[in-house]
Design a protein around this ligand. Structure first.
Ligand SMILES: Nc1ncnc2c1ncn2[C@@H]1O[C@H](COP(=O)(O)OP(=O)(O)OP(=O)(O)O)[C@@H](O)[C@H]1O
Length: 328
C-alpha cells in the first residue's frame, strides 16, 4: 500500500556520472536535491544538457545512479518501484504511436496490455480533450494532439503523480496553452504533475513551484513567487522631467542610480516612497515610478548562467557553474 505523504517526490544528493571511452567521465547529475509536494504542478527547469532527463530516467529506474536517495510517493526507489509504478504515469521519451490506428484504438490496446478497464479510455480521452477526434487516425493529428494522446496514455492508470519530460517541446503557442489548461485540469482532479522544461514563458504561468538546475545541481527552488522575490533586486524605473538633476539628487541621498536615455533606474530600493519624498523636497515631480520585477525567464537565465554574453557563443550543455556548489 502506498502511504499518503506530503512529498510525492524527493531526491537527496543524487549523482550520475556517464563514462565514455572517448570523452571520459561526464558528471550529468552532481549532488542534486529536489522535493515536490502533493497537489502541485512543479517545473523542473534547466538549460539543455543540465541533467533533467537523466534525473527523471533515474527516478524511473531507467538509469542507475552512482549515489543518492530517491523516494516516490514516500517509498524508496528504485527498490519500491514495483509497488509505486502503478500510481505513476511518465513520459520521458516522445512516445511513438502507430499512425494508422486511431487515438481510441491506440489507448484501448494500451489499456488492455496494462490491465486497465476499457471505460477508462473514454474518461482519459475526455480529460485530455481528444474525444471528438478519438476515431481519427493518429497520423492526421497535430503535434499538440499527439502530445495529448501521450498524456492520455500516461493517465490510463489514474496516476497520483504524472512526470512529463519537455511536454511543451515543439508546440506552438496555442499548443502550449492547451497543454497548460490540461495540466491545470489534472491537478484539479488530484494529480501532482512534474514537468521538465527549458522553455520558461509558459512555466511561470502554469507551475506552482519550481526546481531550477544548472550542470546537474540545484540553483534555486520553491514557490514561483518566492524564487522570483529572492531575485528581486529592488529595481525601480523613474521618469521625471529633469532626469540629470534628479539623478544627482538621488545619488546624493544614497541611492544607486543609472541614467538611461529617457528615464532613471534605481537599484536596491527598500521603500520607493523615499524616492518620491526626496525628489519632491527638491521640487521635482515624478511622472512614473515602476517596480522592475524579474520574470522567471530572466531569473532562470541569471541562475543558470545562460544569459547571452556579447561575442560568446555558448555550447549546448554549457551552463555556467557560477552558482556552483553553495547555491542550494
Ligand atoms: N547515455 C548517455 N551517455 C553519455 N552522456 C549522456 C547520456 N545521456 C545524457 N548524457 C549527457 O549528460 C548531460 C545531461 O543530459 P540530460 O539529457 O540529462 O540533460 P537535459 O537537461 O535533459 O537536456 P535537454 O534539455 O537537452 O533534454 C548532457 O551533457 C548529455 O550529453
Amino acid at each position: 500500500m502506498v502511504s499518503r505523504v506530503d512529498a510525492v517526490l524527493e531526491i537527496n544528493g543524487l549523482r550520475k556520472t556517464y563514462r565514455s571511452a572517448f570523452k571520459g567521465p561526464h558528471r550529468a547529475v552532481d549532488g542534486l536535491d529536489m522535493r515536490v509536494e502533493q497537489g502541485q504542478i512543479h517545473g523542473f527547469l534547466g538549460p539543455n544538457g543540465s541533467g533533467k532527463t537523466t534525473t527523471l530516467r533515474t527516478l524511473l529506474g531507467l538509469v542507475r545512479p552512482n549515489s543518492g536517495r530517491m523516494t516516490l510517493l514516500g517509498r524508496e526507489v528504485p527498490s519500491a518501484l514495483p509497488e509505486v509504478a502503478g500510481h505513476i504515469g511518465a513520459i520521458v521519451e516522445a512516445p511513438r504511436f502507430f499512425g494508422n490506428f486511431s487515438g481510441r484504438r491506440t489507448l484501448r490496446i494500451l489499456a488492455r496490455a496494462g490491465g486497465v478497464r476499457r471505460a477508462r479510455v473514454e474518461e482519459v480521452l475526455e480529460l485530455v480533450g481528444l474525444r471528438d477526434r478519438a476515431g481519427d487516425r493518429v497520423k492526421t493529428y497535430s503535434l499538440g494532439m499527439k502530445q495529448r494522446l501521450a498524456v492520455a496514455s500516461a493517465l490510463l492508470k489514474a496516476p497520483r503523480l504524472l512526470i512529463l519530460d519537455e511536454p511543451a517541446n515543439g508546440l506552438d503557442p496555442a499548443g502550449i496553452r492547451e497543454m497548460r489548461d490540461l495540466m491545470r485540469g489534472l491537478v484539479e482532479h488530484g494529480t501532482t504533475v512534474v514537468l521538465s522544461s527549458h522553455i520558461l514563458g509558459e512555466v511561470q504561468q502554469i507551475c506552482d513551484s519550481v526546481t531550477i538546475i544548472s550542470r546537474g545541481r540545484r540553483v534555486a527552488h520553491g514557490a514561483v513567487d518566492s524564487v522570483l522575490r529572492a531575485q528581486d533586486k529592488g529595481e525601480f524605473l523613474i521618469r521625471v522631467a529633469d532626469h540629470e538633476r534628479a539623478a544627482q539628487t538621488l545619488r546624493h541621498a544614497g541611492f544607486q542610480i543609472t541614467t538611461e536615455r529617457d528615464h532613471l533606474m534605481a537599484r536596491g530600493v527598500a521603500d520607493p516612497a523615499i524616492i518620491t519624498e526626496t525628489l519632491a523636497a527638491h521640487k521635482m515631480w515624478i511622472s512614473e515610478l515602476t517596480p522592475q520585477r524579474p520574470d522567471l525567464e530572466s531569473v532562470f537565465l541569471q541562475l543558470t548562467g545562460t544569459v547571452p554574453e556579447p561575442g560568446v557563443t555558448r555550447q549546448v550543455g554549457e551552463s555556467a557553474a557560477a552558482f556552483g556548489h553553495g547555491a542550494k
